[in-house]
Design a protein around this ligand. Sequence first.
Ligand code: UDX
Length: 452
Amino acid sequence: MHITIIGIGYVGLAAAVAFSYLDHHVVGIEKDPQKLRLLQESKSPIFEPGIEELLDKSRERLSFTNDTVGAVADSDVIMIAVGTPPKKNGEADLCYVEEAARQAAMGMVSGGTYVIVIKSTVPIGTNRRVMHIITKTLAERGVKANVHIASNPEFLRQGMALKDMLYPDRIVVGAETAEAIETLRNLYRPILEQSFAPPSSLPRPDGYSFPPLIITDLTSAEMIKYAANAFLALKISFINEIAGLCEKVGADIKEVARGIGLDPRIGPRFLQAGLGWGGSCFPKDTAALLAVAAEYGYTMPIIEAARAVNTRQRTLIVEKLQSVLKILRGRIIGILGLAFKPGTDDIRESPALDLVRILIERGAHVKVHDPVAMPKARLVLKELPVDYAADPYTLAEGCDAIILATEWETYRQLNLALLAKRMNQPVLIDGRNFFDPEQARQAGFIYMGVGR
Ligand code: UDX
């Protein structure tokens, strides 16, 4: 099949490289000239395991341009994967989605059949709005094309984007015509039947079988995406709320999470207490869900509470630090990890960045280290007086405390005793319950985790 993907962000790029690896012909549309240049040289603008191999193996079937109109005419599928950034009131801004739809319609030719696939996370009702824009643009141009629409939300996680693309838990398709359903079935056939040879960097997970295809109406598909992200976000906020009480009563949240997670109705994943959730999805999508609800005069107190608990997690960590150091003004605090989670250089809505801001506001001097996210952090934090350490040991030099904010596996190899020795005071606040408390204490640390 011939696919045009408009918007080469995380989702667009993962889809582009995965579908071209699966023998489809893909043209990716990217407007940012710097990013486009990288892509045209088969280089990835993002850090994502397996992406280099897929880019390399798909070269012949994958190209990138900024010319939407030119790419669309020969496509069977036009996928919209542009951003939907939050407006001030939390509502998702649809201007890029609408512009992509207009551009797509500008490229369609009479007699052509096209399936527009919305991959961007969009508020309920957007698919119909996109269809309306396309019909109107085609009518203005006097073009008679056969256009279908499908909502195809993406559940990929950063750092696992390609694994999630090739080996998904489920594929959700919202579509209301037989042609759209059939096209999406063909698009995903290699994944549904697992008929491709797995890339060497992304082997098929043990025990993985065929993913179910969920075919539903447009609005339910849109809702599935929001409900999934909101549920995961509140699951984390729930365990964080319980963690707070564990600290008060002297229970261990890790034991509690294990004990409840073994009940299959609860499940063991997404029960890691810590600094809370960040990233490009949970904060934005929970805000967007509240904005949709408000439009309908409906309230969602559970989602509101999940967000409030998440914000509180950052301040609780700072209070914990204050309880040991008493005074924060003038202290040197080291932050290990800046990415919103390990395995990515993405710092959007990262709890670590909030910590940096809160600590500086309270008069502390902040040093930071991250194995991959420092260049991006420098751009975002450029107004703030932050020291960027070349490695964790340099970070530790002179620190009054270190906060582990992102649980990078490479930090597992750290020589904790050496780290402690370099510090002014060996205080370790483990914002992700990553280190073994006993080992940390043996290494000389005053150790505090979350909820234990
Ligand atoms: C998420 C969803 O998982 C994915 O399905 C959706 O498509 C996009 O949003 P992502 O944002 O990439 O993916 O990261 P995820 O691994 O879900 O982590 C989100 C945040 O939650 C991170 O900040 C992480 O540190 C935090 N988290 C996750 C916890 O604090 N505890 C947990 O148990 C799990």
